[in-house]
Design a protein around this ligand. Structure first.
Ligand code: B12
Length: 452
């Protein structure tokens, strides 16, 4: 159990829920946590700051280190007794958190049947119909959660983006009335001195900042591409947040973290230099995830701004031929050619404080003996140049094209629907770092070759 009683935050704990003037009773305090083991998404930190700025006393349990169901039950009982929340928000962003998120919700329901239980995040939004059918879930928030969660706390009649059960049990959903965009200046980190429940929570924050949201690409393996985000977040295109909000994030967190981490490919050097202007980050490290050919100006800026930089470049897959074929068919984001990759490696090596990792997926559709050979050679060459290389097999992410239509690619998805994901995890377990459902080649011989 995480010692939330150690070093806990004793700021402004109200003993009675507040009331919105003349309106229904405000659901406060609010407890926010992740649906899985380890560090939860930074999304709940943005949510907590937003709620606090609007009068809701929000707390965050950022780190979940419970290893058994009994530990989960004990921690939840302790948290409920300490925080006395009126609403608990569980982030179900990643699909392999489904079993734990449901366990948390069921445990909370048992502990306090009157507690409002809300789930949000990518997986929750994708499976909203199934989740609102679960008696332990009251509401599912689809997409950006700030305003919808506040509306739920305020007891408003029609909270945007929210799904719930109608009195007859039918799943029902409000339209997307709240989709953040480039002009939304209401979302930024704040209240880091008040929201964490323990030092363990506070120190597990690994410095994530989201300079923007969304994705314009449609990679066939991704559950967060353009189509899925449109359907489950109401977001048509990616956007960069106002530079002032991103600066505020840095101002709030930089004194407390040794590294800053970014995973948003559309952040340009011009934008980031404005977000970082005036801040001394030369004692911080940075981890920067991106795809495409890394612009030199960005490499230069990263190297100049931070003490050390770890760049993770997603290259799709290590066979140039297969990469190009998938991109031509609109199944993969634009990825660099081998020549561009080598030039990028070379450009990175010019910065002594910049380390490069290249990551890709093995076993994407349209592979062949030749592509597999090319992959092996490509990996060898990059290792030889001193790069770190990581590759993984194709995961079955909910809503991804290859999960939904595996047979079109001569493949089989080990899980596709909500029930199939739950059944898969029930069979294989859902231990942290454990296996997840994959998409495999129907041709057994090919599957074995790819796995080798
Ligand atoms: C950044 C990122 C990461 C970072 C997360 C950093 C962090 N700790 O926050 C890192 C690199 C760690 C990561 C890892 C993984 N990721 Co990732 N990640 C992303 C990415 C690029 C951006 C997400 C993001 O930061 N959004 C901004 C934050 C602020 O928003 P947010 O967390 O979504 O929260 C908002 C809403 O979702 C909602 N919300 C969220 N939770 C809740 C809860 C409640 C109660 C409410 C009301 C609302 C709500 O409100 C929030 C505020 O607006 C997306 C791609 C995309 N296009 O979105 C993939 C994505 C989310 N990741 C994905 C995957 C698959 C993974 C991995 C499994 C990859 C892997 N194979 O290892 C791992 C899992 C990590 C784990 N903990 O187990 C998939 C998820 C598909 C799915 N349905 O599961 C996505 C969609 C795309 C992808 N293929 O990468 N990821």
């Amino acid at each position: 159990m995480v010692g939330f009683h150690r070093g806990l935050c004793l700021s402004a704990r109200s003993s009675q829920p507040r009331r919105a003037t003349g309106g229904p009773r405000l659901l406060s305090p609010v407890l926010l946590g992740g649906g899985g083991f380890g560090e939860a998404t930074c999304g709940i930190l943005y949510l907590a700051g937003f709620l606090r700025r609007h009068g809701v006393e929000a707390f965050v349990r950022l780190y979940d280190g419970d290893e058994t169901d009994d530990e989960v039950a004990r921690t939840m009982a302790g948290l409920v007794a300490f925080v006395r929340p009126r609403l608990v928000g569980i982030s179900l962003k990643w699909y392999h958190h489904l079993p734990r998120a449901l366990l948390l919700a069921r445990t909370l329901r048992k502990l306090d049947p009157g507690l409002r239980i809300v789930v949000g995040g990518n997986t929750a939004a994708y499976f909203w119909r199934d989740l609102v059918a679960e008696p332990c879930v009251d509401d599912v928030v689809l997409g950006d959660g700030e305003q919808p969660l506040l509306s739920l706390c305020r007891g408003e009649a029609h909270p945007p983006n929210c799904a719930t059960r109608a009195p007859d049990g039918t799943p029902t959903r409000a339209p997307f009335g709240y989709v953040q965009g480039a002009s939304n200046n209401e979302v930024f980190y704040s209240h880091f001195d008040e929201i964490f429940l323990s030092e363990a929570d506070r120190h597990s924050f690994s410095g994530w900042v989201a300079p923007g949201k969304g994705c314009a690409a449609s990679c066939l393996y991704c559950g967060g591409g353009r189509g899925t985000l449109w359907a489950s977040f109401g977001r048509a295109r990616p956007f960069l947040r106002p530079v002032a909000s991103v600066r505020r994030d840095h101002g709030e967190i930089a004194p407390d973290v040794w590294q800053l981490r970014y995973d948003f490919a559309q952040g340009t050097a011009a934008f980031l230099s404005r977000a970082w202007a005036g801040l001394d980050l030369t004692r911080h490290s940075a981890t920067y995830f991106l795809w495409g050919a890394p612009p030199r100006a960005l490499l230069k800026l990263l190297s100049r701004t931070f003490r050390r930089v770890y760049l993770v470049l997603d290259v799709g897959c290590f066979s140039e031929r297969q990469r190009a074929l998938l991109t031509r068919r609109g199944l993969l984001k634009p990825c660099p050619s081998d020549a561009q990759l080598l030039a990028a490696v070379d450009a990175c090596r010019r910065h002594a404080n910049l380390e490069l990792e290249l990551s890709g997926i093995t076993g994407l559709p349209f592979t062949s003996d030749r592509a597999l050979e090319e992959e092996a050679l490509g990996v060898e060459r990059l290792l030889g140049l001193g790069c770190a290389v990581s590759h993984q097999r194709l995961e079955a992410q909910p809503g991804a094209l290859v999960t939904e239509h595996a047979e079109r690619f001569g493949m089989t998805a080990e899980a596709r629907t909500y029930a199939e994901f739950l059944a898969w995890f029930a069979r294989h377990g859902s231990a942290p770092g454990g296996p997840v459902p994959m998409v495999r080649f129907a041709d057994r011989a090919l599957e074995l070759k790819v796995d080798a």
